[in-house]
Design a protein around this ligand. Structure first.
Ligand SMILES: Nc1ncnc2c1ncn2[C@@H]1O[C@H](COP(=O)(O)OP(=O)(O)O)[C@@H](O)[C@H]1O
Ligand SMILES: [Mg+2]
Length: 251
């Protein structure tokens, strides 16, 4: 279970608070969506969960299965099962995607105390997961994300997620820049990972993705706080009304 308690945060070195008292609980096994206008702090929240050090938490706490993660490094958080799929995935020139994936998978397995995968076992694993997402072996030989289209980058993020088998998945705007077929592939990948012992936080500006990843709960983030929570119908309502009632111009 993820518990975010009265979280206040800002960019390191800046004055203005972006998050001003976020309270949010995602029980184990549930999928929650965070919606909100552009600039409301959705990505900030995602980065803070992952432990990115450009941000400073000034108040509050984040508990993962009852334990505070505030003092943990991004690597330690990953080892605890927390995974963030970025809105803007990073490119790593010079490192073949396959090599990157193998290193990531084995380092997580090591930290979790499971055995590293042998080369044949890894190849079987990556082929199966990549096949599900329509990612070719040729693409895996190319440097990570370099020259990948928006859709290919998003599918790569979901591939990483499905191979790292996290227990807390944070998907930040996994739908942006995707055509409808790519959204379906990505959503199917995420849906396959739904499980009673895994939680997901799906961050999106538009309701569209939530037609495919149907959330248990929807929360609206605006002005640095969760302003409203509801079931999936709240997303449909927002699609009609925009974010005007939260003092923002309609999407
Ligand atoms: N690196 C940064 N430097 C300065 N301001 C930033 C930075 N990242 C985000 N912000 C500001 O913080 C606010 C929240 O941004 P963000 O979390 O990206 O919102 P969202 O993901 O909801 O669109 C915005 O006002 C944005 O301009
Ligand atoms: Mg964002």
């Amino acid at each position: 279970m993820l518990e975010i308690k009265n979280l206040h945060a800002k960019i390191a070195g800046e004055e203005t608070e972006i998050l001003r008292g976020v309270d949010l609980t995602v029980p184990t096994g549930e999928v929650h969506a965070i919606m909100g206008p552009n600039g409301s702090g959705k990505s900030t929240l995602a980065y803070i969960l992952a432990g990115k050090d450009d941000y400073e938490v000034t108040q509050g706490d984040i508990l993962w299965n009852g334990k505070s993660i505030m003092e943990m490094s991004p690597d330690e958080r990953a080892a605890e099962g927390i995974f963030l799929a970025f809105q803007y995935p990073i490119e790593i020139p010079g490192v073949a995607t396959m090599t990157f994936l193998r290193t990531a998978v084995n380092s997580i397995r090591k930290k979790r105390g499971t055995e590293e995968l042998t080369t044949p076992a890894f190849m079987r694993f990556v082929k199966e997961k990549a096949g599900d997402l329509g990612i070719s072996m040729d693409m895996l030989k190319r440097p990570l994300n370099v020259g990948f289209s928006g859709g290919e980058k998003k599918r790569m993020e979901v591939l990483q997620m499905s191979m790292l088998e996290p227990t807390m998945c944070v998907l930040d705007e996994t739908d942006s820049g995707l055509d409808i077929d790519a959204i379906k592939i990505v959503a199917e990948g995420a849906n396959k990972m739904r499980s009673p012992d895994r939680s997901m936080l799906v961050i999106t500006h538009y309701q569209r993705l939530l037609d495919f990843i149907v959330p248990d709960k929807v929360h609206v983030l605006a002005h640095g706080k969760i302003q409203r929570s509801g079931d999936k119908n709240l997303a449909l309502e927002l699609e009609k009304s925009g974010y005007a009632e939260f003092g923002e111009k309609a999407a």
